[in-house]
Design a protein. Structure first.
Length: 214
């Protein structure tokens, strides 16, 4: 039976061949995985912009994006209409304080002095409120140069009261419009809250005028 040695020899020859194939595959596989890993990491670095050798979590571009996602100190831009109102109200309020201080010294009647003191106290308070609101909104103004006005010659008490009446009529109209149509909700609320104070001032002034400044 001459065929048997050939069959046995074939099997013996195939076994080393199969082992060599397995060994070759086991040696190649880690190399392929390592190469694939390098390609994958390289792809991530290309997408995120990380420099070679830099840990993925330390990418400055990613840090800046996450840091800029929420900025608690950011100020919302106000409309020009609201900015104009704030600046006008600030200037007017500062003027009333300075004229009030002047009237406290120059007025002859106790009634006018009392009105002037009320103007100084109330407008100092509202000016501080407005300044704080403006700072939160990023709106700037400078009232440090405001000085008391020359109200003209004649009866100072009557001139001061007439000036106050005219100013408060204008202020009430401006504040009521802001309370209704301001684009900023916080400014709208502040204007609405201040309107009753301005109306009280106007009533005081008109009452003092009826009494002839006494």
């Amino acid at each position: 039976m001459p065929a048997q040695p050939v069959i046995i020899e074939d099997h013996l020859n195939k076994e080393p061949l199969m082992k060599s194939k397995l060994i070759s595959l086991s040696a190649i596989t880690p190399t392929v995985i390592a190469a694939s890993s390098i390609c994958f990491i390289g792809t991530i670095r290309a997408q995120t912009g990380a420099e070679p050798g830099m840990p993925l979590g330390s990418n400055p571009h990613l840090r800046s994006q996450s840091a800029g996602a929420a900025s608690p100190g950011a100020k919302v831009k106000m409309s020009q209409k609201d900015v104009n109102f704030i600046q006008k109200a600030a200037g007017g309020g500062a003027q009333e304080v300075e004229n009030g201080k002047m009237a406290e010294k120059q007025a002859k009647s106790a009634g006018v002095k009392s009105v002037a003191a009320r103007m100084v106290a109330d407008h100092t308070r509202t000016n501080k409120e407005l300044t704080a609101l403006a700072n939160r909104k990023g709106v700037t103004f400078n009232t440090s140069g405001v000085r008391a006005q020359n109200l003209g010659s004649g009866d100072f008490d009557q001139l001061y009261l007439k000036w106050l009446e005219a100013v408060h009529r204008t202020d009430i109209g401006d504040f009521e419009r802001a309370a209704k149509s301001s684009d900023d909700s916080e400014l709208k609320a502040w204007a609405s809250k201040t309107v009753p104070t301005l109306k009280q001032h106007l009533a005081m002034v008109q009452q003092a005028e009826k009494k002839g400044g006494r």
